[in-house]
Design a protein around this ligand. Structure first.
Ligand SMILES: Nc1ncnc2c1ncn2[C@@H]1O[C@H](COP(=O)(O)OP(=O)(O)OP(=O)(O)O)[C@@H](O)[C@H]1O
Length: 236
C-alpha cells in the first residue's frame, strides 16, 4: 500500500485584488498520513478538494510544509512521484490527447509494455474493463461526455500507478456507468484517493475526509463523514 504524508502543507495563491495585497491561503496547513486503500474527499464547491488532490502528485506545490508519497517528495522528486501517482482530471478532454481511445490507452501503456503486441492486448483488456471496446476506434470528439470520462479513467488506469488520484470521476456518468466505476474501483489493487460530490460513491471508502474552507474538518469513518458533511450543508 502507498503511504502519503502531508506535513504542515498549505497552499497560498497571489492576492486577488484584495485591498491588503496579501496572498490568500486556500488550503491548510494540513497534517495527514494516508495509508488506506480507499480514501474519499467530500466538501462544498471551492472548499479545497481539488487543491488537496493536486498536492498529492505535485501538480500544486505546497507553499509551506511538504508532501511525500512513499518517501518521495512531490517537489524534489516530482518526476518519480508522477510515475507512481496518476491523476484523473474532472474534464476528460484534459486527459485525452490522441484521436481515438485505443491510441490514447496504448500511449499510456508505452512505459509498461515496450512490445507492441503486448501493448495492444493490454489496451484491449483495459478498454474491455470499462465497457469501451465498441467505442475504442471512434474519434474522442464523437463520444458522449460520460463515455469520454470513462475513457479518461481507462487511460489513467492503464499506466498501472501505485496511487490513483481521481478528481470527481463520476460527474458525467449515468447510474450504470457510476456502478461500473464503483466495481472497477473496488477491484483495483492500487490505492485510490477520490474527491466527489456523489455521496454514495464517497461511502465506498475506508476513510473519508470532509474539507471546508481549506481545512479538513472531519477525518474518519465514511458514513460518519458523510453525516458530518450533510450537517454542514443541508438546510435545516
Ligand atoms: N491558482 C489559483 N489561484 C487563485 N485561486 C485559486 C487557485 N486555485 C484554486 N483557487 C481557489 O481556491 C479555492 C479552492 O479551489 P478548489 O478547486 O480546490 O475547490 P474544490 O473543493 O475542488 O471545488 P469544486 O467542488 O467546485 O471543484 C477556490 O475558491 C478557488 O477559486
Amino acid at each position: 500500500m502507498t503511504t502519503v504524508r502531508v506535513a504542515g502543507a498549505s497552499v497560498e495563491v497571489p492576492c486577488d485584488g484584495a485591498p491588503d495585497r496579501r496572498p490568500r491561503t486556500i488550503l491548510g496547513p494540513l497534517d495527514l498520513t494516508l495509508t488506506e486503500r480507499r480514501v474519499t474527499v467530500v466538501g462544498a464547491n471551492g472548499s479545497g478538494k481539488s487543491t488537496l488532490l493536486r498536492l498529492l502528485n505535485g501538480l500544486v506545490a505546497p507553499t509551506t510544509g511538504h508532501v511525500t508519497v512513499d518517501g518521495l517528495d512531490t517537489v524534489r522528486d516530482g518526476a518519480a512521484v508522477r510515475r507512481r501517482v496518476a491523476f484523473a482530471f474532472t474534464d476528460p478532454l484534459s486527459q485525452l490527447v490522441l484521436p481515438t481511445g485505443r491510441e490514447d490507452v496504448e500511449l499510456s501503456l508505452r512505459r509498461v509494455h515496450r512490445d507492441r503486441a503486448a501493448r495492444r492486448a493490454a489496451a484491449h483488456d483495459v478498454l474491455d474493463r470499462f465497457g469501451l471496446t465498441a467505442l475504442a476506434d471512434q474519434s474522442v470528439y464523437d463520444l458522449s461526455g460520460g463515455e469520454r470520462q470513462l475513457l479518461a479513467l481507462a487511460v489513467v488506469l492503464a499506466t498501472d500507478p501505485a496511487l490513483l488520484v481521481l478528481d470527481e470521476p463520476s460527474t458525467l456518468l449515468d447510474r450504470r456507468n457510476t456502478l461500473r466505476l464503483r466495481r472497477v474501483l473496488e477491484a483495483l489493487p492500487q490505492s485510490v484517493v477520490l474527491a466527489t460530490h456523489d455521496l454514495d460513491l464517497a461511502l465506498v471508502a475506508d476513510r473519508t475526509l470532509v474539507v471546508d474552507s481549506g481545512s479538513v474538518v472531519f477525518d474518519g469513518d465514511p458514513a460518519a463523514a458523510v453525516a458530518h458533511y450533510r450537517g454542514l450543508v443541508d438546510e435545516p
